[in-house]
Design a protein around this ligand. Structure first.
Ligand code: 13P
Length: 258
């Protein structure tokens, strides 16, 4: 398997620019080589809030740490109060962007259709799109996990080509596991990841897409449970919320992917 692990920290609405810089300094001081250029090491990404991006990009420069944003609008510019364009993000130096996080779907009216538009905008601007999918507890309890995840994946990737998929990473984040401490079991997570990979097989002619697309797990991933999750054949990394806010915890997860 040629997929390289990705460990991405979603800082959500945490860390001012000064706090973000301090966290990057901590990561650099404590990483002991795991943030260094090394093809075998996981790709490590941090995703701060918009106003923290430039300072974090500057502090991370010269390391292998990559920086991503948490949203992107599909228009080039215009009357879209509170939104941000691809060009604006590129100007900060970010290389990645999280799209369709369940908190955006839940609280800010994000839909499958807008997730697709944002994904295509990211790809157009040469950003790696980390596209989030995942079911609620209610949907899981009523046996709808696969149907929900399939709908989300198909919609997010509408008009996305096999070539584009080189810059797409999927993140399976069961909503019930986010910030709750209720992590999916290794088996539960692996089952959905395998389902998504099979879905990619059926969606794209070239088997290379399913083989090469990284599918991250997110939802209460911590140093103590990361090894088991990352050992699953279809789990290619993690999208980490709470545990990405402390250097030792985040690096503890990164080390599980070495
Ligand atoms: P927690 O790791 O805090 O559960 O958050 C996961 C998440 O939402 C990452 O995007």
């Amino acid at each position: 398997m040629s997929r390289r692990y990705m460990i991405a920290g979603n800082w959500k609405m945490n860390n001012t620019a000064a706090e973000g810089v301090a966290l990057i300094k901590d990561l650099k001081a404590q990483c002991g080589g795991c943030c260094c250029q090394n093809e075998k090491a996981p790709e490590v990404v941090v995703c701060p809030t918009f106003t923290t991006l430039s300072a974090v990009v500057a502090e991370a420069s010269g390391t292998a740490l990559k920086v991503g944003a948490q949203n992107i609008h599909w228009a080039e510019n215009g009357a879209y109060t509170g939104e941000i364009s691809g060009a604006m993000l590129k100007e900060t130096g970010v290389t990645h962007v999280i799209i369709g996080h369940s908190e955006r779907r839940q609280y800010f009216g994000e839909t499958d259709e807008t997730v697709n538009k944002r994904t295509k905008a990211a790809l157009k601007h040469g950003l790696v799109a980390i596209v989030c999918i995942g079911e609620t507890l209610e949907e899981r309890a009523s046996d709808k996990t696969e149907a929900v995840v399939e709908r989300q994946v198909r919609a997010a990737l509408a008009d996305v080509t096999a070539d584009d998929m080189k810059n797409v990473v999927l993140a399976y984040e069961p909503v019930w596991a986010i910030g709750t401490g209720m992590v999916a079991t290794d088996e539960q997570a692996q089952a959905v990841h395998a389902f998504v990979r099979n879905l990619l097989k059926s969606m794209f002619k070239c088997p290379c897409v399913a083989e090469n697309t990284r599918i991250l797990y997110g939802g209460s991933m911590k140093p103590g449970n990361a090894a088991g999750l990352l050992a699953q054949p279809d789990i290619d990394g993690g999208l980490i919320g709470g545990a990405s806010l402390k250097a030792a915890d985040f690096l503890g997860i990164v080390k599980c992917a070495l």
